[in-house]
Design a protein around this ligand. Structure first.
Ligand SMILES: Nc1ncnc2c1ncn2[C@@H]1O[C@H](COP(=O)(O)OP(=O)(O)OP(=O)(O)O)[C@@H](O)[C@H]1O
Ligand SMILES: [Mg+2]
Length: 752
């Protein structure tokens, strides 16, 4: 097999050096992920390693799926058996098997951020403390920060510095809140995302037999995006690799962008200390981007002081200059981006999926979406409010969760009185308080409602318990799809949605059907061995933002820079290049923070393969007000030789005269040398008909036929409609988009 031919010499070295610790720290686009992929293929193919003995940890499950697929094409189906996924998904899988050891049920629920915040709200109320001081997201991020550094609630409470810190922040009861939060999660048989790693550490610390089992299993351990691991993740990896010492980490310190979530660049430096006989590989050649983009990116990251020096070069062509685009408002910014994509698509025959629009915060997607929709350009938003965050989906999932794990408090709160069955808030509260005060599992309280509640509510709660018991029997006997369908029906949820005949109601009903489709797909997929509902629920709980683009149609990608890590697109727009927005005002407290923002900018620019655009607006709606904006300081940090100031405008904003000339005027830009225009903003050229152009008889014109129009050029018939006496054809023209023409007037030549 010739796969080594597809690598350069240092990459081959990294692939072939399979035994002992290896670290690859190299710049963006230099093939780090590719090396990991080929390394796994090499282990299986050349070294005969059993795929079950290989563990690789990736940034998203989607990245893992892509890697698996690639390895499959290199070495065959066996590749499927490697352990590959995010830290969270891999260790959730292991915890599901071992959870009994640390006192959790094997069907433990995974709480998402909403569940966690709701629990914190409940606790704050119970403790009678100020919910304006103890805001759920502030409390949660404090707890999360502690857990990511492996600080238990006990250690938290015992640490005088932490205590002083909380007191200074006017939150003296944080430690107590952390403790109650953990206790309640435990009672609910639930873990939040951070617990998956925290508890894995506990498991490996306290149960050496379990640790030993996995140490023996994972003979080879690999970590992608190593710069963004936190200490909790690092310790797990280190422990697992302690016996065989075959650990390979790849990363780029210049792309470390999760310090705010506890990622620690120190891990890279520690790695050298922890493994003195470390084999270090440098990759310097970038295969992803044009020279212009590589050099611009180098000029950006150079400004950071805390950086390992690295060389990144490319033999790719020079490529286009980076376009700097100014807009008067965020609305105009959106229109310019949409217009530019439209033109570039037509001029260069690109697909929607060749484009990405990257922004600092999710809320910036709105103006982009509006403009794209107006131009009929298909797009998808990665992250943001995803399918699984919708209320109706969460409701049905809560039924399933409670069935599988009937102590799950947050699931219980969602479904006990939805659809309405006459159980009031007071009764719900009584049930929860009884369980907590008497230390009885929630499910026992629900099953024995008569002992805890006044007469009226008892029979409704009894009915609810009977229903859940019936669901539990189904879950045991049937696969996830059959059980879920039955739960959707018997719970009354489907009927409730079906009876709502508004458009939103209809949408919600369809969404639930779509969830059932997804479960069917899961059950039908031969790769999923465990077809139980519990197993499906876990899979869903672990979807990362990036995994949810189920929709495979050709679409422009909109996402935050954070979620774009590791990806590449032919053309990339980094929008909202304004002070306070990027670098973000919220995140900037120190020089380190500014450097992290700059690394984000580096990540954004290095996603582009062929062309990069940086755009900014002079005014923008933020926090409900129209604010004036200044261009980002980062724009001045890009090597000016790589930039041209473009005078693009959206057609709508162009004054009439300029529109005709195609030369819209715009002023220059702060401190950046203007470059001579290498290319005029392209105009759609009117087609010159072929010499043999002769209109055809279009009486029998059909969808899918190819036609030529004397002005609009070549196109494909989408559909034919008859309206009264007229016949109309909708045609997708290569350069002019979709047009509907009356056939009795249009001169069309049918090409066959
Ligand atoms: N030796 C090579 N020959 C041809 N193409 C290569 C080679 N090495 C890498 N590439 C290609 O270059 C691109 C970037 O590679 P890859 O994504 O592995 O880089 P990376 O270092 O992981 O980047 P990032 O830091 O953004 O994660 C990919 O399209 C990859 O297929
Ligand atoms: Mg990568």
């Amino acid at each position: 097999m010739d796969y080594l031919k597809e690598l350069n010499p240092p990459q081959i070295q990294a692939v072939q050096h399979t035994d002992g610790p290896v670290m690859i720290i190299a710049g963006a686009g230099s093939g780090k992920t590719r090396v990991l992929t080929y390394r796994i293929a090499h282990l299986i193919y050349a070294k005969g390693v059993d795929p079950f003995n290989i563990l690789s940890l990736t940034f998203t499950n989607k990245a893992a799926a892509e890697m698996k697929h690639r390895i499959e094409t290199l070495v065959g189906l066996e590749a499927r058996n490697t352990w590959m996924g995010t830290f969270h998904s891999i260790f959730a899988k292991i915890l599901r098997v071992e959870s009994g050891k640390i006192g959790y049920p094997s069907n433990f629920t995974i709480y998402d951020t909403d569940d966690s915040k709701s629990l914190i709200r409940t606790l704050v109320k119970e403790m009678r403390i100020d919910d304006k001081v103890y805001k759920p997201n502030v409390v949660l991020s404090r707890i999360s920060g502690a857990k990511n550094r492996l600080i238990s609630w006990k250690a938290y409470q015992d640490d005088p510095y932490v205590k002083a810190d909380d007191e200074a922040a006017m939150k003296p009861r944080m430690g107590e809140l952390y403790q109650r939060y953990q206790e309640r999660l435990f009672k609910a048989g639930a873990m939040d995302f951070d617990d998956l790693l925290f508890n894995t550490n506990v498991l490996f610390r306290d149960h050496l037999d379990v640790l030993n089992k996995y140490q023996q299993r994972f003979k080879y351990v690999m970590v992608d995006e190593f710069q963004d691991t936190n200490i909790s993740q690092y310790l797990i990896t280190k422990k697992l690799a302690a016996v065989h010492q075959n650990i390979c980490v790849v990363g780029d310190d210049a792309q470390s962008i999760y310090a705010f979530r506890g990622a620690d660049i120190q891990n890279i430096l520690n790695f050298e200390k922890d493994y003195p006989d470390l084999f270090v590989v440098k990759l310097e050649q970038n295969y992803r981007s044009t020279k212009t983009i590589v050099e611009a990116a180098n000029s950006i990251i150079e400004k950071n002081k805390a950086q390992l020096k690295k060389l990144v070069w490319t033999s790719n062509p020079e490529g286009d200059l980076i376009e700097l685009i100014k807009a008067t408002s965020d609305g105009e910014e959106g229109r310019i981006v949409a217009n530019t994509i439209f033109e570039e698509k037509n001029n260069k025959k690109l697909n929607n999926s060749d484009f990405a629009i990257l922004y600092r915060t999710n809320s910036q997607s709105r103006s982009m979406e509006e403009a794209l929709r107006k131009m009929n350009l298909t797009y998808k938003i990665v992250g943001g409010l995803s399918f699984y965050q919708r209320k109706e989906i969460k409701d049905l999932m809560a039924y399933m969760r409670f069935t599988v794990n009937p102590v799950d408090e947050e699931a219980f709160k969602r479904v006990i009185n939805y659809p309405k069955r006459g159980i009031g808030d007071t009764s719900v509260e009584k049930i929860l308080v009884s369980a907590y005060d008497h230390d009885i599992p929630l499910w026992e309280v629900v099953k024995n409602a008569h002992s805890f509640l006044p007469g009226r509510a008892v029979s409704s709660v009894d009915d609810f318990a009977t229903m859940i018991k019936a669901f539990q029997i189904e879950v045991e006997r049937k696969d996830a799809f059959e059980a879920a369908s039955s739960i959707a029906k018997q719970s009354g949820l489907l009927r409730e949605l079906y009876e709502d005949k508004t458009i939103e109601g209809l949408n919600r009903y369809e969404n639930v059907q779509e969830l059932l489709n997804a479960i069917k797909e899961y059950v039908d997929n031969p790769e999923n061995e465990d077809k139980s509902l519990g197993s499906f629920l876990q899979e869903i709980a672990l979807l990362t933002d990036n995994d949810q683009d189920k929709d495979k149609t050709d679409a422009i990608t909109l996402m935050t820079i954070h979620s774009s890590k590791g990806l590449e697109f032919k053309q990339v727009f980094v929008v909202g290049m304004e002070e306070d927005l990027f670098p973000s005002q919220m995140m900037m407290q120190s020089r380190e923070d500014l450097e992290e923002e700059r690394r984000l900018f580096y990540v954004a620019t290095t996603r582009a393969m062929e062309k990069l655009y940086l755009t900014y607006a002079l005014s923008r709606y933020r926090f409900g007000r129209l604010l004036n904006c200044e261009p980002s300081r980062f724009l001045e940090e890009v090597d000016p030789r790589m930039i041209k100031v473009n005078k693009r405008m959206s057609s709508k904003d162009m004054p009439g005269a300029l529109r005709k000339e195609g030369l819209p005027g715009a002023s220059g830009f702060i401190g950046i040398k203007k470059q001579p225009e290498s290319r005029q903003p392209s105009q759609l050229k009117i087609h010159t008909p072929s010499p043999d152009f002769k209109p055809s008889n279009t009486n029998s014109l059909k969808a899918d036929q190819l036609v030529e129009h004397p002005k609009f050029g070549f196109g494909k018939v989408q559909k034919i409609e008859t309206e009264g006496l007229n016949k109309k054809a909708t045609i997708q023209f290569e350069h002019f988009g979709e047009k509907t023409l009356l056939l009795s007037f249009a001169k069309l030549r049918i090409i066959d």
